[in-house]
Design a protein around this ligand. Structure first.
Ligand code: G3P
Ligand code: MG
Length: 342
């Protein structure tokens, strides 16, 4: 354990550095908190020469409300994690909801209707799920019968009168077959599932398709990485190309996209202001992640310092994106970064 002497003279009004933590593979693996995670946060919560330092969490995970996830993270990590410190894959969709406030949208991913509830809370007042389609017409996908809990999670809708204008993949889909089928139906029928397929070049307002997490793989508590939402996107685009001859244009959010890192920068600045009462004046931002493709690539492109840890997707060798520093775990990463700024 590395102890820092709290040095009152070293406490600075403006934090000289701030941290952005990835979650899966850095702080948590599956349901388990990594041993170094609590020690790393204890350092930032004041056990260092600069005093309490600002940090936020930036994950490609999601599926529940920011408030609910922060409550769980606070319990697990032993430090308060506020929604003002937390960004998940689909948080950025809050900035888009006004455009779709009263138009029907398809929201995918997560358990039962949890993502619908998140979407409605964001302002997507008419959010429907792929289970709603199955409830409306079981022959939409004949190989899955709704379970009692799925039936309870559905809304009764007549999709002949409810044209879908956009599809948002919030979180990792649970039934890839059903979800690929419904997306293909929505897009090819111009939003009217069950209606005739309209050639895409004849559609006046083609359906918008948005993915929130490009991760092909991620690190849970299995011995090797698991397929992520990016793998679902590959599956959908392969099927759509086989059906129509080309992939479907889509918008991509999540790490490493610029939109998500720009959004994270504003959230971090707001957090610094919340903590210090000062306009955000940061000299250095340190991103600590386990996935070179999402955490390191995005941080490098945002001109942040990037620290790659070996407790998740990356387990040694030459990373596909060169970090500022490689550390064994998140505690070593934090200690190294503070040492750089001393
Ligand atoms: O679904 C979560 C996974 O894609 C990665 O999460 O926290 O490593 O960005 P995280
Ligand atoms: Mg990760």
């Amino acid at each position: 354990r590395r102890q820092f002497q709290n040095d009152a003279t070293a406490k600075l009004q403006k934090p000289p550095l701030a941290f952005v933590f990835d979650i899966d593979g850095v702080l948590i693996r599956g349901e388990d908190v990594l041993p170094s995670a609590k020690r790393a946060l204890a350092i930032l919560e004041g056990n260092n020469p600069f005093g309490k330092l600002p940090y936020i969490l930036l994950t490609n995970g999601g599926g529940v409300s920011e408030k609910a996830r922060c409550q769980k993270l606070t319990e697990k990590l032993g430090f308060e994690i506020r929604p003002t410190q937390y960004i998940q894959a689909h948080t950025i969709l809050k900035t888009l909801s006004s455009k779709y406030e009263d138009t029907p949208v398809l929201v995918l991913g997560g358990k039962l209707d949890q993502v619908r509830k998140v979407a409605i809370d964001y302002g997507f007042k008419r959010a429907y799920t792929s289970l709603d389609f199955l409830s409306w017409n079981p022959s939409v996908w004949p190989f899955h019968q709704l379970t009692p809990s799925e039936t309870l999670a559905t809304k009764q809708v007549d999709f002949f009168k409810t044209p879908i204008s956009a599809v948002f993949v919030f979180h990792d889909p649970r039934n890839w077959a059903l979800d690929v089928q419904v997306i293909c139906d929505v897009i090819q029928s111009g939003g009217f599932v069950g209606g005739p397929y309209v050639p895409l070049d004849q559609q006046k307002n083609p359906v918008e398709l948005v993915f929130c997490n490009p991760d092909l793989i991620w690190r849970s508590d299995f011995s090797t990485p698991r397929l992520g939402q990016g793998a679902f996107k590959e599956a959908f685009q392969a099927v759509f190309k086989a059906l129509t001859g080309s992939e479907y244009p889509h918008v991509q959010f999540g790490k490493p996209t610029r939109a998500t890192y720009d959004y994270a920068t504003t959230v971090l600045h707001r957090r610094v202001q919340e903590m210090t009462g000062h306009p955000p004046a940061l000299s250095s931002i340190y991103m600590i992640g386990d996935n070179p493709e999402s955490d390191i690539a995005g941080a490098n492109a945002a001109n942040w310092n990037s620290v790659l840890v070996k407790t998740g997707v990356f387990d040694g060798g030459v990373p596909t994106h060169q970090p500022t520093h490689v550390a064994e775990d998140v505690e070593e990463a934090v200690t190294w970064a503070i040492g750089v700024e001393l």
